[in-house]
Ligand binder design. Structure first.
Ligand SMILES: [Zn+2]
Length: 133
């Protein structure tokens, strides 16, 4: 047993999350699965449309491939965040930009992973637009 007053912050504690926090998590999960469903439906429509008109999507779909793959050389930098001022990427453990010394945004630092996801989404939208969808 721990001495009196000892408290393990790392331990899983249901009560510390609270009802509101759990509701928030539930909402977020719902939004995420909704987004995935929409994306899957968009791809399904796109592929069906292309097949009907004999459009070869292989190049377009392959084009979005490499960006999804993680670069493991020299370790992952997926959690590096982009400086809003000078666009230099700094390690997630840093609070200040390594180049210009500017503060990282307090909420929602844009990581490489987040930026890559955004780019992939933009590519999908561009493909849909190109085919008038
Ligand atoms: Zn900077």
């Amino acid at each position: 047993m721990r001495p009196f007053g000892g408290h393990d912050e790392g331990m899983a504690n249901y009560q510390s999350k609270g009802l509101e926090r759990m509701r928030e998590l539930g909402r977020r999960g719902g939004e995420n699965s909704g987004k995935t469903r929409q994306e899957k439906r968009a791809v399904k429509i796109l592929v069906g449309y292309a097949a009907e008109r004999g459009i070869d999507l292989t190049a377009a779909l392959l084009d979005s491939g490499p960006a999804e793959r993680l670069n493991r050389s020299g370790g992952s930098h997926d959690t590096d965040w982009r400086c809003p001022t000078c666009h230099h990427f700094s390690n997630i453990k840093r609070r200040l930009c390594a180049i210009c010394g500017g503060f990282a945004p307090r909420n929602g630092r844009l990581t490489r992973a987040a930026l890559r996801e955004r780019a992939a989404e933009h590519r999908t939208q561009a493909i849909l637009r190109k085919h008038g969808l």
